[in-house]
Structure formats: C-alpha cells, structure tokens
Design a protein around this ligand. Sequence first.
Ligand code: B12
Length: 224
Amino acid sequence: MATKEEIVNGFMKAIVDGDEEASAKWAKEAVAAGLDAYEMVTKHGGDAMTIVNQKYEKKEYFVPEVLCAANALNAGVDILSPHMKADKTSVPATVVLAVVEGDIHDIGKNLVKIMLSAAGFRVIDMGKDVPSAALVEKVKETKADVLGMSALMSTTMPRMKNVIDMLKDQGIRGKVKVIVGGGPVTKDWALSIGADDRPHDASAAVGATKGLVEKLRAERGETW
Ligand code: B12
C-alpha cells in the first residue's frame, strides 16, 4: 500500500500533468487508505491547481493544458466526493447555486454543491455562465432560502452585484440570503455589494448557510 505522501504527490502530479486516469487511480488509493476526501480535493487538488496557474502565468501552460488539469481534478473529485462528509443540517432549506454570466470556472461551485448536498440542503445547481435574470427567476420560482454565486474572474465579479440589485429592484432581497465566493471575491467586497457572506471555501459554506437560514427563519418568525 502506498504511503500518504506517495498518494498526495501522485494525485497532485496527475492533475498538473492533466492525466485523468492517474488522478482517478490516486483518488481510489486515497479512499482505500482512508485519507480525508475533502482535504484531498480542496487542499492537495487546490495546491495542484496553484502550480498549474503558475505555469499558465509563466506561459509554460496555455488554456488547453489548464483544461486538461481541470478535467484531471474532476476525475478525482468524482471518486472522492461520495466520501466527503459534512455535519447534517437540522435546518432544511433550498439553495440555488450558479456560476455567474460570462464565467465558466465551475470546479469550486461544484465543490460547494457537493458539501451543501452532503449536509442535507436541497441544492438547485444552475450550472455555469448563468444570466442574471435567469438566476433571479429561479430564486422566485423555487422560493429559495439561499442564493450562492461563484465568480473566478475580476471581469465577471460585477455580475454578483447585478443580481443582488435585481433582487432589490424586484422587492425580494429580504426573502433570500446571498452568499458569494471564488478566488477574487473578498469578504469586504462581498459585503459592499450587499451579499450576506463570503465563506472562504466549500466547507465554510455549510456553516455559513446554516447560520443564514436560521437567521432568515427568525426574521420570518418561524421556529424549528
Ligand atoms: C482551471 C482554470 C480554468 C479552466 C476552468 C475549467 C472549469 N471547468 O472550471 C479553463 C481552462 C476552462 C479556464 C478558462 C479561462 N480562464 Co481560467 N483558471 C483556472 C485556474 C487555473 C484554476 C481555477 C480552479 O478551478 N481552482 C480550484 C477551485 C477548487 O478553487 P476555486 O474555484 O477558487 O473554489 C474554491 C473557493 O474559491 C470557494 N468558492 C468558489 N465558488 C464559490 C461559491 C460560493 C457560493 C462559495 C461560498 C464559495 C465558493 O470554494 C471553492 C472550494 O474551496 C485559475 C487560477 C486560480 N488560481 O484560480 C484560472 C483563472 C481563474 N482563469 C483565468 C482566465 C483569464 C481564464 C480565461 C479568460 C483564459 C483564456 N484566455 O481563455 C478563460 C475564461 C473562460 C471563461 N469565460 O470563464 C484567470 C482570471 C483572471 C481574472 N480576470 O480575474 C485566472 C485567475 C488565471 C490567471 N492567473 O490569470 N480556466
């Protein structure tokens, strides 16, 4: 049986090399060895994507190589995600989740979906590159308790403000809590555009969502 170090290094190398088969193989080894599935993806998978990003910035890698790396990470996520555990919520709620318009980076959003679903929330995943109006419509249609938006680019972040402004204009901002996330999104910026929180990762999204749903229920005068 491989050591933890060998598994982690093998997994990271598979991602950096864009090798889906090797990523899946090391993910299976991680499961067999009882390694923490969430840590494998977010810490070690995240570190591997940082290396990929450095290569992209140094022009050693171009978009196709980055895409292969993302696919390799996803191959590992497919195997590891059933083993990710989140504390079950005692406050069931509906969360609408999406990557904002113009942005197709969906790995982080998918991790948030995995963790919120594992915690027992009903997650409506609208995917990536989602127009603001469609998001607002889905919140209304599903009477969502929480709206989660992801953006990985400084150019697409402003869409989050756009959606929040639309919720305000349509008089429903008070009915739904809004969390936002993604690399360039800071807590200060999130609060400045009127979001309720910016949990720093998928695991933190679970606690934040629970807290915000409890707050929403209290505002509505509902007890649990
Ligand atoms: C993988 C990747 C791609 C892949 C995406 C594949 C996919 N299916 O997602 C591909 C190759 C398609 C791609 C394309 C492009 N990319 Co790109 N990409 C990346 C890269 C290397 C990694 C992103 C990633 O997956 N990280 C791993 C995940 C796990 O982390 P995460 O997304 O941050 O998510 C975590 C947290 O942020 C948080 N979170 C995320 N979302 C949410 C949401 C909520 C509600 C919450 C609570 C939390 C949360 O939780 C997650 C888990 O912990 C980044 C570099 C980087 N450092 O981020 C560049 C990067 C984001 N890309 C960039 C660019 C420029 C592009 C392109 C324009 C390149 C081009 N010339 O075509 C295109 C844009 C396409 C588009 N319209 O969106 C730039 C953006 C710069 C900017 N303007 O801000 C970056 C920063 C690279 C760089 N240094 O220049 N990219």
